[in-house]
Design a protein around this ligand. Structure first.
Ligand code: COA
Length: 258
C-alpha cells in the first residue's frame, strides 16, 4: 500500500496508520480523507490485522483540523457536500468499522482532528496534546460529527462550552472529562497504544465487531443530529463571517466578525 499522505506500518495483529503532512500539521485535505478511507477498506479485509491505531506525523500535531486552504472559497452547496462526503467516507466509516480503531493523539487535535479522534473507538493522548473545536473562530461549526460525538462523550453542557468558546483543553483535562481514555508521556504514547491493541486483539474478532455494532446502536438517534450538522455547516459557507474567518486564518491575523 503506497499513499502520498499516509504511512502504514504493520506488525503482529495490528496496523499503525500515520497521517503524514507534518508541514501542515497533518490537516485533513480531500486526498488524505480518501486515502484514509482506502487504507481502512484494505485493512478491513486483511486477516492479519485485528486492531488499527491512527496517529499523526511529527511531534506537534495529531491533526490540526480540516484543511482550511482547501475550502476557503467554497459556497453553501460545496460546504454541505464537504461535510456529507467526509462523514460518509471517513468519520461514520470509522465509527462503524468492525475492527477496533484507537486514536493515538500526539499533539494538537483540533476541529476535524478532534472529530477524527472522537470517531475512533478509543483515544489515548500524550501529555502535550491540546484538544478543541475552534470552528466558530472561522465563522463555521464542526462538520464531521463533532457536534454530536462531543456531546455523547462529555455531555451537552461541556460540549457546548467547548464549541461556543472554541477553547482548547489540555490532555489531563480531557482525561477528567472522559474525552480521552488515558494520558501518557510523548515517548510512551505508541507503546501504550500498542499494548491496548494487543489486549483487544486477543479477543474474538467476531465478538469485537458485535460489541461495536451494539454500542453504536444505542446512539442511532444521532443521524438526525448529523444531518442537521451538515445543513448548518453548509449554511455557514454563505455568510460574511465565514469569508472573514477563513481569510483571517490564511492571512495570519485575528478575524473581525460583524
Ligand atoms: N488547515 C490548513 N493549514 C493548516 C491548518 C489547517 N487546519 N492548521 C495548520 N495549518 C498550516 C498553517 O497554515 C501553517 O502553514 P504555512 O507554514 O504554510 O503557513 C502550518 O500548518 C503550521 O501552522 P502554524 O499556524 O504556523 O503553527 P502554530 O504553531 O503557529 O499554530 C495551531 C498551531 C494549531 C494553533 C494553528 O495552526 C491553528 O490554529 N490551526 C487551525 C486550527 C483550526 O482552526 N482547525 C479547525 C479547522 S476546521
Amino acid at each position: 500500500m503506497n499513499y502520498a499522505n499516509l504511512l502504514i506500518q504493520k506488525s503482529i495483529n495490528r496496523a499503525v496508520i500515520t497521517i503524514n503532512r507534518p508541514e501542515k500539521l497533518n490537516a485533513l485535505n480531500k486526498p488524505t480523507i480518501e486515502e484514509l478511507h482506502n487504507a481502512l477498506a484494505t485493512l478491513k479485509n486483511d486477516r492479519e490485522v485485528r486492531v488499527i491505531i491512527i496517529t499523526g506525523a511529527g511531534q506537534k500535531a495529531f491533526v490540526a483540523g480540516a484543511d482550511i486552504s482547501e475550502f476557503a472559497s467554497y459556497g453553501v452547496e460545496e460546504g454541505k457536500q464537504l461535510a456529507a462526503q467526509g462523514q460518509k467516507l471517513l468519520f461514520d466509516y470509522i465509527e462503524n468499522y468492525p475492527k477496533p480503531i484507537i486514536a493515538a493523539i500526539n499533539g494538537y487535535a483540533l476541529g476535524g482532528g478532534l472529530e477524527l479522534a472522537m470517531a475512533c473507538h478509543v483515544r489515548i493522548a500524550s501529555n502535550n496534546a491540546r484538544l478543541g473545536l475552534p470552528e466558530v473562530t472561522l465563522g463555521l461549526i464542526p462538520g464531521y460529527g463533532g457536534t454530536q460525538r462531543l456531546a455523547q462523550l462529555i455531555g451537552k453542557g461541556k460540549a457546548l462550552e467547548m464549541i461556543l468558546t472554541a477553547g482548547m483543553i489540555q490532555a489531563e483535562e480531557a482525561l477528567q472529562w472522559g474525552l480521552v481514555n488515558k494520558v501518557t508521556s510523548q515517548e510512551e504514547l505508541m507503546d501504550n497504544a500498542a499494548a491496548l491493541a494487543d489486549a483487544m486483539s486477543k479477543n474474538s474478532s467476531t465478538a469485537l465487531a458485535a460489541a461495536i455494532r451494539a454500542v453504536n446502536a444505542g446512539y442511532a438517534y444521532q443521524r438526525s443530529g448529523l444531518d442537521t450538522e451538515i445543513e448548518e455547516f453548509g449554511k455557514c459557507f454563505g455568510t460574511a463571517d465565514f469569508k472573514e474567518g477563513t481569510s483571517a486564518f490564511l492571512e495570519k491575523r485575528k478575524p473581525k466578525f460583524s
